[in-house]
Write a protein that binds this ligand. Structure first.
Ligand code: 4AD
Ligand code: MG
Length: 430
């Protein structure tokens, strides 16, 4: 039999069809009862009436529980008042398994309880919508880069060297030595960029983040483009086009999901390049004008990011940072040695940093000096330094945190709901 999915129900209006799925909800009005069937692609109301079904099927009303797995056969009918605009007039129901005491009812539950049942919670309407948008974000990242001449070059998860500082590394036993879980694929992408010109890596990144915030996970996903012969301005041009295309593709393809989440999309519609670009110094002035508890020279905290981003109606890029708060590999501004050519993109509506990146130091001697200054072991960076010995070029790149941009696009407060199975200091299960 041809497989049918509820998302395609409009194609078979008037015909008999069979759908596999799960019971989302049931409701009775005496001679008929209704069942909301979900199959992962959509939800549809099924109408069970005693004159169209056997007694056995009609009596399932008393036994079918939420999340039981069933197959429904019936006639598809247009019905404007029903979710999705169609109904199934049921002829038969086959029960595969009756779910017993499903722990998540359609009522409210606390987040900690729901997180303990994350493996089931992902079936619920809101979580389904968030993860659908996550899928669209990832797809549009790939589509944009693939359509713009980038080559995907994977980078390793086990690494010997730190990319983003040594304070939040995860150590793992690696035979007779130890290794770190990658914090970022960047250093390897710099090698790939010298082979392919424009590359990206896309994978999980790990940080032993000791701070419990709504923006930090210990395992998150990052897409990192890296481009040879791009300076900081070229990098910012790319970053804003990239983010515009991701947001617009979600608006175009995830209307139902954004609706389910009751997302006010007016801010998202304004996300069109160019984005405002301000220097760190200008951002620091905004903070002091707004009475923020911030001292010049530091990295921005969550509240600082919120204050800065609230001044604008679209994402903004903050560039030229005090070198002391940025990674060893950042190139310095030739007009002011104290500034690094880094850029952070801050999302509007208080969502804070979604992108971190910049132009890389391309001079061998300077880079060696920086590695030393940062207390890193030059031995670990032998291969990386080779890139400055053999055809070094100006180059730049950035990393976009998938969960951060999904949180913003979906309008979800806490990043933990933007990944199927979140990992935080206090959560390794399910
Ligand atoms: O700013 P970060 O640390 O930059 C890098 O890792 C660079 N090596 C990237 C590059 O230039 N190729 O991280 C980049 C982005 C952040 O802007 C944020 O969106 C996300 O990764 N991110 C996290 N997301 C969730 N949980 C965490 N603990 C995160 N740390 C960073
Ligand atoms: Mg950063």
């Amino acid at each position: 039999m041809e497989k049918r999915f509820l998302s395609d129900i409009s194609e078979i209006e008037g015909k008999e069809a069979t759908f596999d799925g799960w019971v989302y909800n049931t409701r009775s009005i005496g001679k008929i009862w209704f069942l909301i069937l979900r199959d992962g692609t959509a939800m549809t109301q099924c109408v069970v009436s005693s004159d169209k079904t056997s007694d056995n099927v009609f009596n399932l009303e008393n036994t079918l529980t939420q999340e039981s797995s069933i197959t429904v056969t019936g006639i598809v009918k247009e019905e404007q008042r029903s979710i999705g605009g169609y109904e199934i007039l049921v002829e038969n129901i086959v029960v595969h398994q009756l779910a017993q005491d499903y722990p998540i009812s359609l009522k409210e539950h606390g987040t900690s309880f729901l997180m303990d049942y994350r493996h089931l919670w992902i079936r619920s309407k809101r979580q389904h919508a968030i993860l659908k948008i996550r899928h669209q974000v990832i797809k549009s990242c790939r589509d944009f880069l693939d359509n713009n001449g980038f080559t995907l070059v994977d980078t390793p998860i086990f690494t010997a060297n730190a990319c983003e500082g040594t304070s939040n590394l995860f150590n793992v036993d690696y035979f007779d030595r130890s290794a770190y879980l990658t914090q970022s694929g960047q250093l390897y992408s710099e090698a790939s960029a010298a082979s392919f010109g424009k590359v990206y890596c896309f994978g999980p990144a790990f940080r032993a983040e000791k701070s419990k915030t709504r923006r930090h996970l210990t395992e998150f996903w990052m897409v990192e483009p890296e481009m040879a012969y791009y300076d900081l301005d070229d990098n910012m041009d790319l970053a804003e086009q990239f983010v515009e295309s991701i947001v617009q593709s979600c608006l175009n393809n995830c209307e139902n999901e954004l609706d389910t989440l009751e997302r006010d999309t007016s801010f998202l519609e304004k996300v069109k390049a160019p984005f405002p670009r301000i220097t760190y110094d200008e951002a620091a002035k905004i903070l002091s004008n707004n009475g923020a508890d911030f001292s010049y020279g530091n990295d921005f905290g969550g509240t600082d990011e919120t204050i800065i981003s609230e001044q604008y109606d679209r994402p903004i890029m903050v560039h030229r940072w005090p070198a002391d708060v940025k990674a060893f590999y950042m190139k310095r501004d030739n007009k002011n040695e104290k500034l690094a050519l880094g850029v952070d993109m801050l999302a509007p509506e208080g969502y804070g940093e979604i992108i971190g990146g910049g132009q890389r130091e391309d001079d061998l001697e300077i880079l060696e000096k920086r590695i030393e200054e940062h207390g890193l072991d030059k031995k670990d960076f032998k291969w990386y330094l080779d890139l400055r010995k053999y055809g070094s070029v100006p180059h730049s790149g950035f990393g976009l945190g998938i969960e951060r941009i999904v949180a913003w696009i979906t309008g979800i407060k806490h990043i933990r709901e933007t990944i199927p199975f979140p990992r935080t200091i206090s959560r390794l299960e399910p």
